[in-house]
Write a protein that binds this ligand. Structure first.
Ligand SMILES: [Zn+2]
Length: 251
């Protein structure tokens, strides 16, 4: 076994046996990694402080045949604020689940690591106000899709390239907007209101700090959340558990 050091964040944990914990980390150096923290479920574990969900730390790991082992950790930031409010926690879990669900193991991306830190930093520093935090989540989704090469086309019809004002559809399979004439080419195309399209255009490429500026009607908010979720699930090819959790909290 060989040891390595990595700076990472805890995406999630799951129990293993009576005392151990499997920690899923997203690290700057190695990308997504699963590692066993021996005795990590014991209250007196010296790792306890740096293996809580959302923890940002520097870790010493050992490569294993299936799972790595996490032997030491030093906390950089606990992101405690994310665990103290239900809405913040739901949003932060969702961001973690997105990164977990959309990234393969051991494919490091400095951009994704930084985006996650920025996203959690935004959630931790913002007042727990639904409109603000959900806009932040949408900005995060669009930026993550962009990094992964799945940025939706929002400005012109994917098929005929028209940008004229009119009735728009969103093609989940084709990955962007389609005009009324071309919508039938994508069986997953769904109608898209002008307000939702305007909101998506404002949030795509916007910094998280601008997330509070956009005000959406409840209908457009729901439409945007569902559309992005459906598009992401299509890309992730699996259900994202926290997306349902977020809806529960929001409802
Ligand atoms: Zn068209």
């Amino acid at each position: 076994m060989s040891g390595y050091r990595a700076e990472g964040v805890v995406l999630r944990t799951r129990p293993l046996g009576e005392a151990d914990l499997v920690v899923t980390l997203y690290t700057a150096e190695e990308g997504k990694v699963e590692a066993v923290a021996r005795g990590g479920r014991r209250l007196r574990s010296r790792l306890l402080g740096c293996i809580q969900p959302f923890s940002h730390g520097r870790y010493l790991l050992w490569r294993g045949r299936t799972l790595d082992s996490l032997s030491q950790g030093e906390l950089v930031r606990s992101f405690r604020e994310l665990r103290e409010d239900l809405l913040r926690m739901a949003c932060a879990s969702y961001l973690a689940e997105l990164v977990d669900g959309l990234t393969p193991e051991r494919e490091p991306s400095g951009a994704i690591f930084s985006l996650l830190l920025e996203g959690w930093g935004f959630l931790a520093a913002s007042p727990p106000e639904t409109n603000l935090l959900l806009n932040g989540v949408s900005v995060f989704e669009l930026r993550l899709l962009n990094i992964l090469g799945y940025a939706p086309q929002l400005w012109q019809c994917l098929s005929c390239k028209t940008a004229e004002e009119g009735e728009w559809y969103f093609g989940i399979r084709t990955g962007g907007v389609l005009c009324a004439r071309c919508a039938s080419q994508d069986e997953t195309a769904r109608p898209l209101s002008g307000e939702t399209l305007g909101g998506l255009r404002q949030l795509a490429g916007a910094p998280l700090a601008r997330a509070g500026v956009l005000r959406l009607s409840p209908g457009a908010r729901t439409e945007m959340r569902e559309l992005l979720k459906e598009y992401i699930v299509y890309r992730a090819e699996r259900e994202l558990k926290s997306a349902g959790f977020l809806d529960l909290v929001r409802g």
